[in-house]
Design a protein around this ligand. Structure first.
Ligand SMILES: [Zn+2]
Length: 425
């Protein structure tokens, strides 16, 4: 069988073997793919059934890594690409919420669906094959149009990006609308208790709806720098007796960044004991928090190593994409992982583990490159996770079930060897 270079791969092609690829743990491996799964390299090669009619490809992946695929566990694809449309606003979380309330009614269902599809496409090309997105009850008439639009966009990306939808209510949304959203088929109940006048009541309302529908919750939690904001503990107590399969996630948890050590430890113990996972969203939090601190601005990122050391499952999200909450968001989890290192002080390898961990929270099977795992991942031209994150992995090949589903690469005019060495001097 002729050998192909990774940069020659095209979407739709099925990979049979990866020679000389480096895994995230730094080991080098020859990988064989059978029936969409990583197989024993010594086994007999069989035809991949049901995946496509394209010929299988043998790839020389020397100098490339296979990273576990990224999971974006906190997105808002119903808000994406609205920043310039809404007047290029700047400011804090409260300013962004006010901007959304002022302009949100102007968004039509088709526009929301188009923006959501655009973000899903960008996510796939970046290597995101699993996503959990929050969706608002939209301003103006027909508040459920955002949820319908996102469910429609999700259908278009079925088999490419696995999407969970969280219907996120505010204090003023009435119970009947929440029941209607559940009827549309949302996966989880969401809310933002810290923005309400009665946070504890909001946690209990969200939990009660989840229980009646037999689904879970993912709440925006303590998204502020107030040490007295510890909704995480109330969330943990309220859901501690839920069965393991019922999701309870806390997004943001910014106020953990300003807790005294003993209070931090108590909050993390409660979360670990109750099985509450934490989703950190460093880019949006760096942007939205700290506007009231002209000097000594806090980083607004919860203590990530302490969360992991406490045994709490930690995942990460890209959060906002070019909307009033983050004008520069792009949903690329490589950028998010870099922020987890630079601002959150995780090691590069641990940062990518956090970015990949969201798969498990969506109930998806492991994809680590080990024998028996699904053959999903991102091929990047790098020799270590640190190098991939430092250079933001410009060349990427996204693989699902052994099949190439997206590629991107950078090209330039070739520079003669002699000139190259002079340029280095
Ligand atoms: Zn959010």
């Amino acid at each position: 069988m002729p050998v192909t270079l990774p940069e020659e791969l095209l979407p739709g092609q099925v990979i049979a073997r990866l020679h000389g690829v480096t895994l995230a743990d730094g080991t080098s491996a020859g990988i064989r793919v059978i029936d969409g799964r990583i197989a024993d390299p010594g086994g007999t090669l069989t035809v991949v059934p049901g995946i496509g009619t394209e010929p299988e490809i043998d790839v020389d992946a020397t100098g490339w890594m296979l990273l576990p695929p990224a999971a974006d566990l906190h997105a808002h694809i119903d808000k994406a690409y609205t920043w310039s449309m809404f007047g290029e606003p700047e400011g804090s979380l409260e300013d962004a919420v006010a901007c959304w309330q002022q302009h949100g009614a102007s968004l039509r269902e088709e526009q929301i669906a188009a923006n959501a599809r655009r973000q899903l496409g960008a996510a796939l090309r970046a290597g995101v094959t699993a996503m959990r997105t929050h969706v608002n009850y939209h301003e103006g008439a027909d508040p459920l149009r955002g949820i319908r639009a996102v469910l429609e966009a999700r259908d278009d990306y079925r088999g490419l990006v696995d999407v969970q939808v969280v219907a996120m209510h505010g204090q003023l949304i009435d119970d009947a609308l929440i029941r209607d959203a559940i009827g549309l088929g949302v996966d989880l109940i969401g809310a933002a208790p810290h923005l309400s006048e009665t946070p504890r009541a909001e946690i209990h309302r969200a939990a009660a709806f989840a229980e009646s529908a037999g689904i879970g919750i993912d709440l925006h939690t303590d998204e502020n720098l107030d040490p007295d904001s510890l909704d995480l503990i109330d969330l943990a107590h309220r859901t501690a007796d839920w069965p393991a399969h019922m999701t309870r996630s806390a997004g943001h948890c910014v106020s953990l960044a300003v807790q005294p050590p003993a209070r931090l430890a108590a909050a993390l113990d409660a979360a670990a004991e109750a099985g509450v996972s934490i989703i950190t969203n460093p880019l949006t939090n760096l942007y939205l928090q700290g506007w009231q601190h002209p000097v000594a601005m806090p980083r607004a990122i919860p203590p990530l190593n302490a969360i992991l050391d406490a045994g709490v499952v930690l995942a990460a999200g890209g959060d906002n994409v070019q909307d009033p909450f983050n004008p520069l968001g792009n949903g690329d989890m490589v950028d998010v992982a870099a922020a987890l290192v630079l601002a959150g002080h995780l090691s590069p390898r641990r940062a990518w583990q956090v970015v990949a961990a969201g798969r498990g929270l969506l109930g998806l099977p492991p994809a680590t490159g080990a024998v028996g795992d699904v053959a999903d991942g991102i091929l990047v031209r790098a020799t270590s996770v640190a190098e991939a994150l430092a250079e933001r992995a410009p060349d990427r090949i996204v693989v699902r079930d052994g099949r190439v589903v997206a590629t991107r690469s950078f090209h330039s005019v070739s520079v003669p060897l002699q000139e190259r060495s002079e340029m280095r001097v």
